[in-house]
Ligand binder design. Structure first.
Ligand code: AMP
Ligand code: ZN
Length: 139
């Protein structure tokens, strides 16, 4: 796997930074977003660093897309949301802030207050860990 120095998502993939990992396979890792837009908001990233949608390989994009749907299905079982937004931001103008490709999987709930784009605010670590455990199926 090729990692990029100073990339926080490469560091999460490598286990050098903490992440609430909820799914992984040979090409992808999925973990909880620390500023969740809704309960259960998670990110899917390729293990191999690619800055954005333009840079990611076809194989890793396919793997990330399938991982996002796998995660949505697991969240559907665990959290019973009303729907999902699956989002990618590509470039600063599109609100990309972390330049390691990622897909947001955002469960939606009836009457949730989310308006896109959401205004990030810190999540409560215990609440994020609890929902991560539910998605993994060990909570
Ligand atoms: P974007 O603005 O599309 O690039 O999304 C980056 C996302 O990464 C934001 O939703 C952040 O809350 C999230 N994020 C940043 N740092 C971390 C981290 N250390 N662990 C989990 N999520 C993070
Ligand atoms: Zn990276």
């Amino acid at each position: 796997m090729s990692a990029e120095a100073d990339c926080i998502f490469c560091q999460i993939v490598a286990g050098e930074l903490p992440g609430a990992i909820v799914d992984s396979d040979e090409r992808t890792v999925s973990f909880m977003d620390i500023n969740p837009a809704t309960p259960g908001h998670a990110l899917v990233v390729p293990r191999t660093h690619a800055a954005d949608l333009m840079a990611i390989s076809d194989e890793d994009l396919e793997a990330c897309t399938l991982a996002a749907r796998r995660l949505a299905r697991r969240m559907d079982e665990a959290l019973a949301p009303a729907g999902f937004n699956v989002l990618n931001s590509c470039g600063t103008a599109a609100w990309q802030t972390v330049f390691h490709f990622h897909m947001h999987v955002v469960p939606r709930y009836a009457d949730d207050p989310l308006k896109l784009p959401w205004i990030p605010g810190p999540g409560e670590p215990g609440a994020i860990a609890e929902v991560a455990a539910r998605i993994r199926g060990d909570g």
